[in-house]
Design a protein around this ligand. Structure first.
Ligand code: 5GP
Ligand code: ZN
Length: 113
C-alpha cells in the first residue's frame, strides 16, 4: 500500500532496525522505545488490523513470535515480556498496518510496573 509507512519499511524505503525477517513476517525496533528492545512484528502483506488478518497470515505471524521473543530475551536477559496489539483508533492504533508490540520488561529500570 503506497501511503503506508510500515509497507515502506518492508520495502526498505524507510530505514528500520531489523530484528527478524522471513518470507511472510518482518520485525523491527519501534522508533519510540517504551522499554529497551521494544519490537514490532508485522505481516509483509498489508492488512490494516486484526479484523483483516486471514488465518494463514495470522498463523505465519504468530508462529514466529516465540522465536523473536526468545531472541530478545537472550539479548536483554529479560524479567518478563508483554505482547500488545491495538486495533482501531479508539483502541490506540496509530499506524494502520497490523502490528504486534513485543515489550520487554526489565524490572525496576522500566519506570513502570
Ligand atoms: P500503535 O500506536 O499503532 O499501536 O503503534 C504504532 C507504533 O509504531 C508506535 O509505537 C510508534 O512508535 C511506531 N512507529 C511509528 N512510525 C514508525 C517508524 O517510522 N519507524 C518505526 N520503527 N516505528 C514507528
Ligand atoms: Zn502497510
Amino acid at each position: 500500500m503506497s501511503d503506508c509507512i510500515f509497507c515502506k519499511i518492508i520495502d526498505g524505503e524507510i530505514p528500520s532496525s531489523k530484528v527478524y525477517e522471513d518470507e511472510h513476517v518482518y520485525a523491527f525496533l519501534d522508533i519510540s522505545q517504551v522499554t529497551k528492545g521494544h519490537t514490532l512484528v508485522i505481516p509483509k502483506t498489508h492488512k490494516k488490523d486484526l479484523h483483516e488478518l486471514t488465518p494463514e497470515i495470522a498463523a505465519n505471524l504468530f508462529s514466529v513470535v516465540p522465536k523473536i521473543a526468545n531472541a530478545i530475551r537472550d539479548t536483554y536477559s529479560l524479567k518478563g515480556v508483554n505482547l500488545l496489539n491495538n486495533n482501531g483508533e479508539f483502541a490506540g492504533q496509530s499506524v494502520f498496518h497490523y502490528h504486534l508490540h513485543i515489550l520487554p520488561r526489565h524490572g525496576e529500570e522500566d519506570g513502570f510496573k
